[in-house]
Design a protein around this ligand. Structure first.
Ligand code: XMP
Length: 328
């Protein structure tokens, strides 16, 4: 049986620009053959896999690709703006931007259980996407940024990946998955050859439920803002210190409890920001890298001065195990 979800044994690992360019040319042809003069829909999150999928399709079929970017309110600072800038302004993509912030945050109000939060975010995402799809007519194809590890993990029953077999039945589309036989490192090489910015191509892993799992317990807008602002400061300072790309993943979490502090001579009752920075190969285990103490002090000073509602900064020194990488 010819299973086209199996990477052929003779397929070379894409490590350089030349190989990437060859893959891009082949895929453009294959996409044109599959799609003909049809139209394709794509949920564009701004992550590496969906961005590379979009860029390939734009090259192959131009404005017959319709991208939908759903802002669920749990994205990092500047992310929706970057998706619009790169895809709509620079690549001239047909991009529908959906501001669903209130919709998601209203559904999540008061929900404390992490798994229930994930479930609500996943389900609402499909609802929003299906509604947008229903508004468009004549679209036969759905593109997904499925990559090879997604296929392998689904086969092994490790996790039911949302890209594999997760389509709602009412969306009767033929799938287009141009990077499904590639490993993550190959997707990045292809993304670079397609001209995507480094900030997209070498992006850290970011959970689908986004900042929602970093605002522990019931999500509130003010605490979510504290997660977003502190994350932006952390990323900026790691960038400046030359740590971006050296540390595998780093982010902030704001738990749902407060402590006493003092600001401008007055007692405060505010949240802590917890910083997590880890190194790992595969996210199954992780270690905490040693970082310059002066950098930790500088980041602490910036966060407590600039992020409203925060009076403490804590550094999570725990490897995985015993802790997981995310707090929820
Ligand atoms: P944990 O917390 O399990 O995280 O040690 C391992 C890696 O997976 C990411 N992560 C997620 N990614 N949906 C995702 O797409 C999720 O619900 C999710 N939870 C954790 C996490 O950021 C880390 O890189």
């Amino acid at each position: 049986m010819n299973d086209n979800n199996v990477r052929p044994a003779q397929m070379q690992r894409i490590t350089g620009e030349q190989q990437a360019k060859q893959f891009i040319e082949e895929q453009i042809q294959a996409l044109r053959n599959q799609i003909g003069d049809g139209k394709v829909l794509l949920a564009l999150s701004g992550g590496v896999d969906s961005s590379v999928t979009a860029a390939l399709l734009i090259k192959a079929i131009g404005s017959r690709l319709v991208c939908v970017h759903v802002n669920h309110g749990l994205l990092r600072k500047g992310e929706p703006e970057q998706v619009i800038k790169v895809f709509r302004d620079q690549m001239k993509a047909e991009l529908i931007y959906v501001d669903a912030v209130d919709r998601f945050l209203d559904k999540l109000a008061g929900v404390t259980d992490p798994e229930q939060k994930r479930h609500i975010i996943g389900e609402e995402f499909i609802n929003v996407f299906a509604e947008e799809a229903a508004k468009l007519s004549g679209i036969k194809f759905l593109a997904q940024g499925t990559i090879y590890p997604d296929i392998l993990e689904s086969k092994d029953g490790i996790k039911a990946h949302h890209n594999v077999g997760g389509l709602p039945p009412e969306l009767d589309f033929e799938l287009v998955e141009p990077v499904k036989l590639l490993y993550k490192d190959e997707v990045r090489v292809v993304g670079k050859a397609l001209g995507l910015p480094d900030s997209m191509v070498f992006r850290q892993p970011f959970p689908g439920p986004g900042l929602g799992v970093r605002c522990t317990g019931a999500i509130t807008r003010d605490r979510l803002e504290a997660v977003r602002e502190s994350d932006a400061i952390l990323r900026e300072e790691f960038d400046k210190a030359g740590l971006a790309g050296k540390v595998w993943q780093y982010f902030t979490t704001v738990p749902d409890y407060r402590s006493t502090g003092i600001k401008d001579g007055r007692r405060t009752w505010e949240w802590p920001v917890i910083i997590r920075a880890v190194n790992t190969r595969d996210a199954v285990t992780a270690t905490v890298p040693e970082l310059p103490f002066s950098l930790l002090q500088h980041i602490t000073a910036r966060i407590t001065a600039e992020v409203s509602g925060v009076n403490r900064v804590l550094w999570d020194l725990t490897p995985k195990p015993t802790a997981t990488i995310e707090w929820e």
